[in-house]
Write a protein that binds this ligand. Sequence first.
Ligand code: AMP
Ligand code: MG
Length: 406
Amino acid sequence: MLTYKQALQQVVATIKPLPPVELPLTAANGLVLSAPLAARWDMPRWDNSAMDGFAFAAASAVVAAGLKIVGRSFAGHPFGDRLRSGEAIQITTGAPLPPGADTVVPVEDTIVEGEQLLLQTTIRKGQHVRYRGEEYRAGEELLAQGVRLTAGGVGLLAGAGIEQVRVFPRPRVAIFSTGDELVELGQQPGPGQIVNSNLQYLVARLHECDCIPVPLGIGEDHCDDLDRILDRTGETDLLLTTGGVSVGEKDLVKQTLLRRGFEQKFWKVAIKPGKPVLFGTLDGKPCFGLPGNPAATAATFELFVRPALSLLAGAGDSGSTRRIARLSNAVKIAGSRQLLLWCRCSWTDDGYRVEVPRRQDSGQARSIQGANALLPVPIGSSTLPAGAEVEIILLRLPCAQAAHRP
Ligand code: AMP
Ligand code: MG
């Protein structure tokens, strides 16, 4: 059986980024750039004032002699003329410096008497001037290919006149759950029935991962019904199913997929929970069969699907979600498969600390709620003592812990 790392390598080797698309700048926030972006113009676009005050030529300014105020340059309303020796204009922050001016004195350092400007301090040529192109030049690369766009990037690019950007799109993910025992949320479960909570979980988690979920409902445990849903996966980039991938008589997902030309890359990984996880491609698109136990669905999503989504979105295999943390409590381990534990990570003065709740049954949705990290316990460990350093997979950044209850 493959180890977790070997299986993950298969995912990484199989998945390529989606074809790039062009989007309006703000619509692309959160996405990864597929091409570098260069400035359309110099920034600042002209020499301008860094202060509210007066602008003039330093060579013509003599303390106590005064300068003649001949006009003003306000932000959005430049002074239309050239300044001559002995002249000054009133100027506001960001307003263009007119030709002939090279220096700004802050208003606090002046006295105005009628049209006369009296300087109260000595000045240095060029003081309080922001020069054209000081921040960047036209044609200069502002953001490299592979950078994830954030609000800061949106602001930078907008200032440089960039309206459209080429990015890897948000992956569209077809999801359906399988199981004769399932009813949709909103229906009252009858005898032997349970609510299809996995679908709701995955939709919520896909939104958190900046993907577009395309929920396709519940497939019954027979091949015809699974085929009916598989016919509806349409314009999606990745397929997720839950349940029906184990060795039971009614576990028909793999068989149905294979009949449709599924190229299997792996089935079964030495992990607990989540052992029967299935991965391959269908019509060239990645396809995961996740086991149905809610904690197994959630764990295999984090281990394999999340890196796959990250690869599709051009962001690499999300190695950046791994962190080194110290265990707050000791963890006892049994069995030969790699154990995956839901845990609570917090940021302390001493780095990341991680607390592992004792109850971790693979059917328990409660262990996932409240968890913000997953701990893949190293194979061969028996007990991990409190204080041990472990590698965790962060699901989301730690926030205030007040909401956690045992
Ligand atoms: P399976 O992987 O189909 O053998 O299902 C394993 C266990 O997970 C069973 O107890 C199922 O009832 C439960 N289960 C399967 N699918 C779902 C689902 N969509 N939502 C909640 N529980 C499920
Ligand atoms: Mg089932």
